[in-house]
Design a protein around this ligand. Structure first.
Ligand code: MOS
Length: 775
C-alpha cells in the first residue's frame, strides 16, 4: 500500500510543461512524466488483499438471501403458481411470483411488444417465474424447489436457421423476423465483373457467453422510501434509471453503488430483472436482500454473443485492388435482444477501401436466452469472415496477406455519410510494425503446409481490424479536489471494469498536478456521491473520462496559480506550476509552496469541475489493429497449439503501458476462446435446453490454451484531434482479429480452411481425415 506519510510530489524542480490559460481546453501533451508509464494499479493492494468490497462481498446486518425460480422450458405458458407450501418453509421471509401483483410491473416495451416482470408467457429457458428471500441461501433454494408451477409447454424454435421457416413457432406475436438491415454503396455487380478473382464462402461463429468472474447480482436495501443497491455493474447510472423506471421511483430515491465489479464484457451495461426483484423482496421483507445469480443462471439469462451465420463474396484484381464485397448475415438476439446482434457487417463496410459493397443482416427471434453487447459486438464475427476471405483472396492472386491489406488501407470512413476522414489511422503502421515484430516474412517462408514434414505442422496467420465506436463522447463530469495539505480526491461516476480506469485517471491528475498517482484517492461509481457517467463500455471509458479528468485537474492548477499570483503580487502569466511549488519565470526567488498558500488554507479545498468537450466535427475516431500468430497442428490428433501472438494496436496514446498490455493479452485470450473452445450448445432438436451450462462443459481458455509468448506493439499516431488526451480506446479492438488470425494460421499449417468455430480437435481431426481421403 502507498505510504501516505511520504512526499506526495513526483516533480523535483521539473516544470510541468503545459499551463493553459483559464477557460481553455489544454493542448495535447508534448511530453509526459506519468501518463504512458508502466504503473501498477492505484487500488492493487485493495484488489489483491481482499480489502476491496465487490457487490458480492457486501454484507449488511440482518441481510436475507434472494433466489429466482426460472422457467425450465424454452417456451411455455405459466398456468398457475402454487407457492403456499414454499412460503411456509423455514426461513422464508418474502415471496413474489407470476401469481402476485409484482408480476405485472412493466419490464420492457419495445418493437417486440411489452414484457412483464414475471411474464406468464415464458420465451426462453431461464425466464424468471418467481423469487424468494430467506434467512440463508440454502433455505431460499429449498423454498424455490417447493414452488409448484403449472406450465403449458409449447413448441419452440431454438435454432436461428430455422426461425423463419414456415410453420416455425412464433416467438412474438409479430413473428420471428426482428429486423433486416441493409447497406449498399456503388454497384456490386459491376465490381464483380471488374474482378480477376471472385470467391465466395460461408462462415459460422458459435454463440459465446460473457462469463465474468463475478456473477451478476446485487444487494438491495430500503431506508424509508429510499433504495440503495450495490450492483456488479458497468454503469451505476444506467441501473439507477432502469430501476427507477420499473418501480416508478424518483431517481433521487434510488442510489446505485458499485466501485468494484468483477467483469462484465457488455453483459452488465444495464439492470437485470434480478435487480428489481431484489428491491421488491427487500421491500416486502423490510430487510436487506442479497441476490447473486448462479453461474448457470448467468449462462441462461443475462446475455451472449449471438451466433453468426455469414456468407461473403469478394472480388479482387490481380494487383490487389478490392472491387466488390457482398455479405449476408443471419443472427439472433434470442427472445429478448438487448443489443449485441448489430455491427456484424461493419468491417465489411469499412475496414478496407472498396467502392462496391452490399450487406444484408437479418436478425430473428428464437426461444433462447437474450443476446447482449459482448466485447466488440459483431466485430469478431465479421472479422472471422472478412479476414479469412482476405487470406483466401491473397492466395488466389499470389500476394502476401499483409501486402494485400496494405494495398487497401482506408484513410476515410467509407461507410459513413460524407466519407469523413479518421482523426488518425495507424492501420498501415499496425500491419507494418506488427509484421516486423513478428518476423512475418521469414516465419511465413519457414512454416506452412508446403514446408512441412511429418504430422506436426506449423503455420502463421494474421488478421486486421478496426472498432466502430472509438474515441469516447460527452457527457462526462469529473471533480478533482485538492485539500489544504496537498492531497487530492478524484470523483467520477464511471465504473472500473477491471481494466484500470481508476489508475489511468489518477495518472492524468498526477500528470497535471505534479503529484504521485498513488497519492490520489479515487471515488467512483456511486450515484449518491459521484458525477454522472454513461456506462463503461464501447472501449470509450478512457477516451470519455480522461479528457474530463484532465480538464478538472487543469482547473485546480489554474486556481492555485491565481492564488499564487495574489500571494506573490505578480502577474498570473509569469507563473509556472511545478507541483510542490509555484515559481515566477522572471525571478526564481519569487516562489511559494502550494501548502503555504494562505488562500488555500482559508478555503480548505480547491475544486476543479471538468467536463468532456465535444468530439471533432466531421471526423471519425476509430482504433485499428493487426494481430499475427503462429500455431502448431498435430494432423493425427487434431490438437491445435497456439505458439505465439504479436498484437499491434493503434488505440491512440498509451495511457498506462502495464494496463494497456493487460488489455491486449486479455483480448487475445478471449479471442482464443471464440476460436478454439467456447460455444453455447442448445439441444435445439428435442428440448431446446442449454446442455453445457457450467465451467466443466462450457470450455473457457485456460493457461494451457494461451501462449506465454505474447507481444504487444502499441502504435501511437500522436492523435491531437480525438480529444485532449489522444486516447482512442483499447478494450474491444484487442479481441476483434484474434480468431480469424488463428484460422488463417491453421490454413497455412494444414491447407484446411476452417470456417466454423470452435476449432476444437474433434472438428479438426474429422477435416484432416477427410482431406487425407480426398488427397
Ligand atoms: Mo461493451 S460490449 O460496450 O462492455
Amino acid at each position: 500500500m502507498a505510504d501516505e506519510s511520504k512526499d506526495i510530489y513526483y516533480v523535483q524542480g521539473i516544470p510541468v510543461p503545459e499551463t493553459p490559460l483559464p477557460g481553455k481546453e489544454p493542448a495535447a501533451w508534448k511530453q509526459t512524466n506519468v501518463v504512458g508509464k508502466r504503473l501498477p494499479r492505484v487500488d492493487a493492494y485493495e484488489r489483491v488483499s481482499g480489502a476491496a468490497i465487490y457487490p458480492s462481498d457486501v454484507h449488511l446486518p440482518n441481510m436475507l438471501y434472494g433466489a429466482v425460480l426460472r422457467c425450465p422450458h424454452p417456451h411455455a405458458r405459466v398456468r398457475g403458481v402454487d407457492a403456499i407450501a414454499a412460503s411456509r418453509m423455514p426461513g422464508v421471509r418474502a415471496l413474489i411470483s407470476a401469481a402476485t401483483p409484482e408480476a405485472d410491473l412493466i419490464w420492457k416495451k419495445d418493437a417486440a411488444g411489452e414484457t412483464r416482470l414475471f411474464d406468464p408467457h415464458c420465451r426462453f429457458e431461464g425466464e424468471a417465474v418467481a423469487a424468494v428471500a430467506a434467512e440463508t441461501p440454502y433455505q431460499a433454494r429449498d423454498a424455490l424447489a417447493a414452488i409448484r408451477v403449472a406450465y403449458e409447454v409449447l413448441p419452440f424454435v431454438a435454432d436461428e436457421r430455422k426461425a423463419l421457416q414456415p410453420g416455425s413457432p412464433a416467438v412474438h406475436s409479430k413473428g420471428n423476423l426482428a429486423k433486416t438491415d441493409s447497406y449498399e454503396r456503388g454497384d456490386v455487380a459491376k465490381g464483380f465483373a471488374e474482378a480477376d478473382v471472385v470467391l465466395e464462402e460461408t462462415y459460422r461463429t458459435e454463440c459465446e457467453l460473457h462469463t465474468p468472474l463475478e456473477p451478476h447480482g446485487c444487494v438491495a436495501n430500503w431506508e424509508g422510501r429510499s433504495l440503495t443497491i450495490w450492483e456488479s455493474s458497468q454503469g451505476v447510472y444506467a441501473i439507477q434509471s432502469k430501476v427507477a423506471e420499473v418501480l416508478t421511483l424518483p431517481l433521487a430515491r434510488v442510489r446505485v453503488v458499485g466501485p468494484y465489479m468483477g467483469g462484465g464484457f457488455g453483459s452488465k451495461l444495464e439492470a437485470g430483472k434480478y435487480t428489481v426483484i431484489a428491491a421488491l423482496l427487500a421491500g416486502q421483507s423490510a430487510r436487506p436482500v442479497k441476490l447473486l445469480l448462479t453461474r448457470e443462471e448467468t449462462y441462461l439469462a443475462v446475455g451472449n454473443r449471438p451466433p453468426g451465420n455469414m456468407t461473403l463474396k469478394a472480388g479482387v484484381k490481380r494487383d490487389g485492388t478490392l472491387t466488390a464485397l457482398e455479405f449476408t448475415c443471419l443472427a439472433t438476439g434470442g427472445a429478448y435482444p438487448a443489443g449485441g446482434t448489430a455491427l456484424v457487417d461493419w468491417l465489411i463496410r469499412d475496414l478496407y477501401t472498396c467502392p462496391n459493397v452490399r450487406t444484408t443482416c437479418t436478425d430473428v427471434f428464437t426461444h433462447a436466452g437474450p443476446a447482449r453487447p459482448f466485447r466488440a459486438p459483431g466485430h469478431p464475427q465479421g472479422a472471422w469472415a472478412l479476414e479469412q476471405m482476405m487470406d483466401a483472396l491473397a492466395e488466389a492472386i499470389g500476394m502476401d496477406p499483409v501486402e494485400l491489406r496494405l494495398k487497401n488501407v482506408p484513410l476515410v470512413s467509407q461507410a459513413r455519410e460524407g466519407r469523413p476522414a479518421y482523426t488518425s489511422t495507424g492501420f498501415k503502421e499496425c500491419l507494418e510494425q506488427g509484421a516486423a515484430a513478428f518476423g512475418w516474412e521469414k516465419a511465413r517462408r519457414e512454416t506452412g503446409a508446403n514446408a512441412a514434414k511429418g504430422h506436426i505442422r506449423r503455420g502463421v496467420g494474421m488478421a486486421g481490424g478496426l472498432w466502430v465506436v472509438g474515441g469516447g463522447r460527452p457527457p462526462s463530469t469529473v471533480i478533482v479536489k485538492l485539500f489544504a495539505d496537498g492531497s487530492v480526491n478524484l470523483n467520477m461516476g464511471a465504473s472500473d471494469l477491471g481494466t484500470g480506469t481508476k489508475t489511468v485517471m489518477a495518472m492524468v491528475v498526477a500528470e497535471e498536478l505534479g503529484i504521485k498517482p498513488e497519492a490520489i484517492v479515487v471515488e467512483n461509481a456511486d450515484t449518491g456521491t459521484t458525477q454522472y457517467a454513461t456506462p463503461s463500455g464501447g472501449s470509450k471509458t478512457v477516451p470519455t473520462e480522461a479528457p474530463a479528468t484532465r480538464n478538472a485537474a487543469v482547473q485546480v492548477k489554474q486556481k492555485l496559480l491565481e492564488m499564487a499570483a495574489e500571494a506573490l503580487k505578480t502577474d498570473l502569466a509569469e507563473l509556472s506550476y511545478e507541483g510542490r511549488e509555484i515559481v515566477s519565470r522572471r525571478d526564481a526567488s519569487q516562489r511559494i509552496a502550494v501548502k503555504d498558500l494562505d488562500a488555500l488554507k482559508r478555503q480548505g479545498v480547491v475544486v476543479g469541475v471538468g467536463t468532456r468537450g465535444p468530439n471533432p466535427k466531421d471526423k471519425v475516431v476509430n482504433p485499428f489493429a493487426a494481430q499475427f500468430c503462429e500455431v502448431e497442428v498435430n494432423t493425427k490428433t487434431g490438437e491445435l497449439k497456439i505458439l505465439r501472438f504479436v498484437a499491434a494496436h493503434d488505440s491512440g496514446r498509451v495511457m498506462n503501458r502495464l494496463t494497456y498490455d493487460s488489455q491486449v493479452f486479455g483480448g487475445i485470450t478471449m479471442g482464443i476462446g471464440l476460436a478454439l473452445t467456447e460455444a453455447r450448445v442448445l439441444d435445439a432438436g428435442q428440448t431446446g435446453k442449454m446442455v453445457n451450462r457450467n465451467w466443466h462443459d462450457y470450455k473457457l481458455p485456460t493457461a494451457l490454451d494461451v501462449p506465454a509468448d505474447m507481444i504487444s506493439v502499441p502504435v501511437e499516431p500522436g492523435d491531437t484531434e480525438a480529444n485532449n488526451t489522444g486516447a482512442k480506446g483499447l478494450g474491444e479492438p484487442v479481441t476483434i482479429p484474434t480468431a480469424a488470425a488463428i484460422a488463417n494460421a491453421v490454413y497455412h499449417a494444414t491447407g484446411l480452411r476452417i470456417t466454423r468455430t470452435p476449432m476444437h480437435p474433434l472438428q479438426l481431426v474429422k477435416r484432416l481425415a477427410a482431406s487425407r481421403k480426398e488427397g
